[in-house]
Design a protein around this ligand. Structure first.
Ligand code: NAD
Length: 387
């Protein structure tokens, strides 16, 4: 089997690795730095904790006009700002929202035109310039944005992405210490996001032996640690395992792709403002249930990695069914909604959601079972009813 694999040039992963930030900044020989982050993370002290190794002689501007699930306008504003101010390094500190904007800002500030012209679904321009160097520092264990070449933006009716290998960070610093303050709800939603990345990468039609190995280890780590990180956020071991798993799930899905869960989740985020992790979480069991026949053996593996105490005596069909139940129960244990009804979504909205989801051809193409309009509607209906 031949595979093309892309990984970031340099990553630091593990407790305490944030200490390496200054060395990396120094190596780049830069002085004027923009830090793209959120006000919430500045107020919580996470931003200063991340930057503490950098001496005060550096000219650092903290840009906090980041909002969760950032809309296109927020990205346009940031890109214009970076173009005008002439920075020489971009550091992203935050969850996927801040990191996606930071990556986009670093690259598009060196390319002509507006962000909307580079969108995957409707854009017409190609990225030509690499842009500024960028260091990405996640504060959630979820998106894997620090290793992907993707920036996700919220648009009217759906989400769209800008993708290009130039968006991959030059340095990823993945330190669980920066995730310790994440409250249980965010830990749960981002943790299921990471699990969704790993599971969808594993069952993707584009998966290969390398991505499979990474995805399976990520699933195992999440099985070992997500519930503990949720119930005891100060547990360093659980936070570290989640942080590593999120990074690995990012590597796996960036190279193998995500599929139906993400395609159906994007419209939930946009139309009903569900956070990205929660929209994946509520759909994950239903999409997997629907497509299980196309990936029985792999779902059996997922089940066994999430339930390490179980002895293998059952058939792949039974284990795949067990996998769907495990995913459903995990949402319950993490106190996440398990049906669309619980989000105030009504039956009459399912048609609109289906119309939006069908446009995500890039994602739907990776599903191990083809998902057409009627399939998508059926999955939304099951998720709406909660059964
Ligand atoms: P987020 O970045 O939107 O953050 C959610 C909330 O968590 C925010 O209010 C933030 O302030 C808070 N938060 C973050 N870290 C915290 C911490 N350590 N302590 C306390 N609070 C903290 O959430 P996210 O799920 O990480 O990112 C979602 C975004 O990432 C979406 O726009 C999604 O589409 C995108 N995404 C991108 C990729 C990619 O490959 N680029 C992959 C998946 C998702």
């Amino acid at each position: 089997m031949q595979s093309k694999l892309i990984f970031p040039q340099l990553s630091y992963v593990g407790l305490g690795v944030i200490e390496n930030l200054y060395n990396e900044v120094e190596k780049l020989g830069v002085n004027k730095i923009i830090v793209v982050t959120e006000k919430n993370l500045v107020d919580l002290g996470i931003c200063s904790q991340a930057l503490k190794s950098i001496p005060s002689t550096y000219d650092i501007e903290i840009y906090t006009e980041v909002v969760p699930e950032p809309p296109l306008q927020t990205a346009e504003k940031l890109v214009k700002y970076i173009k005008d101010q002439k920075f020489d390094l971009v550091i992203g500190i935050g969850g996927g929202s801040a990191l996606d904007l930071a990556k986009l800002g670093a690259v598009l500030a060196a390319n002509e035109g507006q962000v909307k012209e580079y969108l995957n679904l409707t854009g017409t321009k190609q990225i030509k310039q690499k842009g500024l160097p960028k260091i990405m520092i996640p504060t959630t264990s979820g998106t894997g944005s620090e290793v992907t070449d993707i920036a996700v933006l919220s648009l009217e009716g759906t989400k769209d992405v800008v993708t290009h290998p130039y968006l991959i960070s030059d340095v990823a610093i993945v330190d669980p210490v920066l995730t310790m303050s994440a409250p249980p709800k965010i830990t749960a939603a981002t943790g299921i996001d990471a699990l969704t990345h790993a599971v969808e990468a594993y069952i993707s039609v584009n998966s290969n032996d390398v991505t499979d190995g990474i995805a399976v280890k990520a699933i195992e780590l999440i099985g070992m640690s997500l519930e503990t990180a949720f119930s005891d956020g100060s547990n360093e071991k659980a936070r570290e395992q989640m942080s590593t798993a999120s990074y690995m799930a990012g590597l796996a899905f960036y190279n193998a792709g995500v599929g139906g869960v993400h395609a159906l989740a994007y419209p939930l985020g946009n139309r009903f403002k569900l956070p990205h992790g929660e929209s994946n979480a509520v759909l994950l069991p239903y999409v997997i249930n629907y497509i299980q026949k196309g990936c029985l053996e792999k779902l059996a593996d997922v089940f066994l990695k999430l339930n390490r105490e179980v002895q293998v005596k059952s058939s792949p069909e039974e284990l795949a069914k067990g996998c769907v139940q495990t995913l459903f129960k995990l949402n319950q244990k993490l106190q996440l909604p398990t049906s669309l009804k619980e989000y105030g979504i009504e039956e009459q909205h399912l048609e609109m959601l289906t119309e939006d989801a069908i446009k995500q051809t890039r994602l739907l193409a990776r599903s191990p079972v083809p998902l057409h309009r009627e399939d998508i509607y059926k999955i939304y209906s099951a998720a709406y009813e909660g059964k």
